[in-house]
Design a protein around this ligand. Structure first.
Ligand SMILES: CC(C)(COP(=O)(O)OP(=O)(O)OC[C@H]1O[C@@H](n2cnc3c(N)ncnc32)[C@H](O)[C@@H]1OP(=O)(O)O)[C@@H](O)C(=O)NCCC(=O)NCCS
Length: 222
């Protein structure tokens, strides 16, 4: 279901600008996009809850001059990639889809969970219930975005299914929650989420539906 040379991995803080660009391309209503500050915050405190589909441009990497290219080892007549230059490789990766999330101690998405807490030295001020909650039993997806050039090719479904499988291995979490426009809710229902009715969230001043994916005990058995 994924294009050639696609790599699926959690986002890093160094991916912030790519994630901001993808939000801009995917969400036509600017009020629905996660701001750079929110993406930076989420990738700083819980990047392991994010997941991105990147396309690697091997052609561009291979066309670099010898001095730019990583070292290769000759083993049994095969060229074995020996030394990676992460910054170079990073530059040749195009982000085409992402999920960005935090943990929450609530059963459905709340306005508070979508905010950034007051931070001192990068840590939330005590008793600030906004943003990521360590130990929360819900994973709150704040963004699922697919690059417009790659929509309707089942990349969103593949990423979401991969994500819920990965999160099923999380020890304290028992569900994945999100909000969606009523017309997009069927997409999530097709992918195993339950439609839980109108959300109390008024994100971007719009009406949303609560969707919940329950991780049952059988999910983490394989
Ligand atoms: C919504 C989105 C994530 C779906 O990802 P995608 O890769 O385009 O969707 P898929 O190809 O995996 O779709 C799978 C199925 O869901 C349906 N579907 C996809 N997007 C839909 C939408 N917006 N509304 C209703 N159904 C939708 C498709 O028709 C398809 O059905 P099929 O299997 O019968 O052909 C993507 O289109 C996107 O990023 N849109 C803009 C941002 C956005 O709205 N994000 C969701 C916020 S709640």
């Amino acid at each position: 279901m994924l294009p050639e040379h696609a790599v699926v991995r959690p986002l890093l803080r160094s991916d912030v600008d790519k994630a901001v660009e993808l939000e801009t391309l995917a969400f036509t209503n600017p009020a629905e996009r996660a701001s750079k500050a929110k993406i930076q915050y989420r990738l700083s405190v819980c990047s392991e809850l994010s997941l991105g589909v990147f396309l690697r441009n091997h052609e561009a990497e291979n066309n670099k001059s010898d001095s730019e290219n990583p070292t290769f080892l000759k083993i049994n007549s095969c060229d074995i990639y020996a030394a990676a230059y992460p910054s170079e490789i990073d530059r040749e990766e195009k982000l085409i889809a992402h999920i960005i999330a935090t943990q929450s101690d609530k059963d459905t998405i709340t306005n508070e969970s979508m905010e950034i807490p007051d931070l001192v030295d990068g840590r939330p001020v005590k008793n600030d219930s906004r943003g990521h909650i360590n130990g929360g039993t819900s994973i709150a997806i704040h963004s699922l975005a697919v690059h417009p050039d790659y929509q309707s090719a089942h990349i969103g479904s593949s990423l979401l299914n991969d994500y819920t499988k990965r999160m099923s291995m999380h020890s304290v979490v028992d569900k994945v929650i999100l909000i969606a426009h009523p017309e997009v809710a069927p997409f999530y229902v097709k992918n195993g989420f339950a439609d839980c009715g109108t959300s109390s969230c008024d994100h971007a001043g719009e009406t949303w539906v609560d969707l919940v994916y329950r991780i049952d005990d059988s999910d983490d058995s394989d």
